[in-house]
Design a protein. Structure first.
Length: 277
């Protein structure tokens, strides 16, 4: 068996899409046929299955293979300082508001969900070190979470190719990354140790309870892959993870105002964000 796309009958395509939707919230249909077939072929080859129907039954029954299939379907398009206006808002207005009633040394929790291979979570740390003068006055905890366990392993390793670093100014690369072979750079140990990475599924409440509560959540460019029903579930789960008065940032093409009325829309100088009242 090779890893060429496996032509799927309509029923098998629908079954695959339904399983991925139920497990991840992401919606795939006929327009994504090639994407689905290629990723299914990769997993079928690795597990020695010749038909999609038998493989899908195996994946549904085996937690390890379900995790591998989910990893195969997740989309990890990201880079350092992506949509950096949110980081500017974090340092200029959000965190000053959060600490207005806190004492020096108090904990501030920031959640990057989904964090993919770690670029966004580490970007938060770098931006605050460079741009928030009170960064050392508080106990800042940055948590990066994702459903993709392979991406999380890469995040913990902290190794990045030039494409991921392209938007970072050269002085920041020199300060926060160590050069390795073949142009790869690894984020310095102090920063790797300052960000905690966890497995979480935004449409599965049971995986979120142990994450705790957050003052700020950055959930960017995930809800675009959900349908309306899954967006509503995700919105409720995000709301429950925010402390009262906490802030939520979405991607530039996403709007909580069209999903849930539980949040208050707030226009800041650098970004539009959403708050838990």
């Amino acid at each position: 068996m090779n890893d060429a796309p496996v032509p799927l009958a309509g029923a098998d395509l629908a079954h695959t899409s339904a399983l991925i939707h139920r497990w991840t919230g992401m919606t795939f249909g006929e327009t994504k046929r090639y994407y689905i077939e290629r990723r299914l072929a990769e997993r079928m080859k690795r597990t020695g299955h010749d038909t999609a129907r038998v493989y899908l039954a195996f994946a549904a029954a085996d937690p390890g293979e379900r995790e591998a299939l989910i990893n195969a379907f997740t989309i990890n398009e990201t880079y350092f300082y992506r949509e950096e206006h949110h980081f500017a808002a974090l340092a200029r207005q959000i965190l000053p508001a959060v600490v207005a009633d806190r004492r020096p040394g108090d904990r501030i929790r920031i959640w990057s969900m989904p964090c993919s291979t770690g670029e966004e979570a580490y970007s938060i740390a770098i931006w605050l070190l460079e741009n928030w003068r009170l960064v050392d006055a508080y106990n800042i905890e940055i948590v990066g979470s994702d459903i993709d366990t392979h991406a999380l392993a890469r995040a913990r390793e902290g190794r990045y190719a030039p494409r991921a670093l392209a938007r970072l100014p050269a002085p920041l690369i020199a300060t926060y990354f160590e050069a390795e072979h073949r142009h790869t750079r690894r984020i310095i140990a102090d920063l790797r140790e300052s960000v905690h990475f966890t497995v979480a599924n935004l449409v599965d409440r049971a995986t979120l309870v142990d994450q705790g509560m957050f003052d700020v959540i950055l959930c960017r460019n995930l809800l675009i892959y959900f349908d309306d029903a899954m967006r509503a579930i995700a919105a409720d789960n995000l709301f429950e993870r925010l402390n009262p008065g906490g802030y939520l940032a979405l991607g530039h093409s996403e709007s909580m105002a069209r999903i849930s009325d539980r949040f208050t829309t707030t226009r800041l100088d650098d970004a539009i964000v959403y708050r838990r009242p």
